[in-house]
Design a protein around this ligand. Structure first.
Ligand code: RIB
Length: 310
């Protein structure tokens, strides 16, 4: 069966520690509750798509791991979510990617990623995985794999008829020819500011103006992810403000990834954009109520029940 959703991106083993407050430079803080949890922005989005799909929509992951025990755990986590991992290839040149994550009492986090094998995927590798994109409706990308590989894979995905969704995280200035290949760009506030050359610490005051400015850089549609304020969608023909669901935040890690996987599932199922945004907000909201990346991503049943109760 061709996968309708294909994710090219990172797989990381997350080393997670809870702290009262995030440490300042030079400060030592005592943490607790250490856990190793499957993560990586790409793998999280694939996991979300796999767990949230109604099974009519298959999901496939394309990425790189090392030859180590983390690789086995990360592939097993995705396979258990129903994701095809046949295109997750191992390299001897690097270890599997890892992330060090601190989560404070308000659920806010700091993350350091050691990319390892995630950076061993090159633009020249993309033609060799062209078949992974064949028949896909949506191809999802982030920026934890090399930019040249992302650009090449986006071009390939579009040639194979897929729509592209780019999560510009971690953010950096992006070339115009890459942004021109993006069907849906999904920055959070600080990523939007970086793409527009502004102050990453500044809040988005006017989502409509910010989304329009981002669309003028090349993407056909923009979803601005505004955290507890929900999201704002603009594709030039329709706009939507979709409020977030009120939840008790435990850990925001992978909320944005869950949003993207859920949005792609709903769109691949043919749901209207407004419904897809509501579904994605619900799944992301549920993920915030639990610790960890893939450990926090809800199932389709949980998300449908959450929505039915509202
Ligand atoms: O988006 C959350 C993810 O960022 C974590 O799982 C971590 O691996 C980093 O890639």
């Amino acid at each position: 069966m061709p996968a309708q959703i294909v994710v090219l991106g990172s797989l990381n083993m997350d080393f997670v520690v809870r702290v009262e407050h995030l440490p300042a430079a030079g400060e030592t803080v005592l943490g607790s509750g250490f856990q190793m949890i499957p993560g990586g922005k790409g793998a999280n989005q694939a996991c979300a798509a796999g767990r949230l799909s109604s099974r009519a929509v298959g999901t496939r992951m394309v990425g790189r791991v090392g030859y180590d025990v983390f690789a086995d755990h990360l592939k097993a986590s995705l396979a258990a979510a129903g994701v095809d991992v046949a295109y997750v290839h191992a390299t001897r040149s690097q270890p599997t990617g890892i992330a060090l994550i601190w989560v404070d009492r308000n659920g806010q986090n700091s993350i350091i990623v050691a990319s390892g094998a995630n950076h061993a995927i090159a633009a020249s590798d993309v033609e060799g995985v062209r078949a992974a994109f064949r028949g896909a409706s949506y191809a999802l990308f982030q920026l934890e794999t090399p930019l040249a590989a992302v650009a090449a894979a986006m071009k390939t995905a579009r040639e194979e008829g897929a729509k592209t969704i780019l999560d510009p995280a971690p953010a950096c200035a992006l070339p115009a020819d890459l942004l021109a290949q993006v069907d849906v760009l999904t920055p959070n506030e600080s990523e939007a500011m970086i793409l527009l050359g502004g102050d990453p610490a500044a809040a988005v005051v006017n989502p409509a103006e910010t989304a329009a400015a981002l669309r003028s850089l090349g993407p056909r549609a923009v979803i601005l992810k505004l955290g507890s304020r929900g999201c704002y969608y603009d594709d030039g023909a329709e706009t939507h403000s979709a409020p977030a669901f009120a939840v008790q935040a435990v850990d925001t890690t992978a909320a944005g990834d869950t949003f993207n996987g859920a949005f792609a599932v709903a769109m691949a199922e043919g749901q209207p954009v407004a419904e897809a945004l509501r579904f994605a907000n619900a799944a992301a909201g549920l993920s915030v109520t639990r610790m960890g990346a893939q450990a926090s991503i809800p199932t389709r049943k949980e998300t449908d029940e959450f929505l039915a109760a509202r």
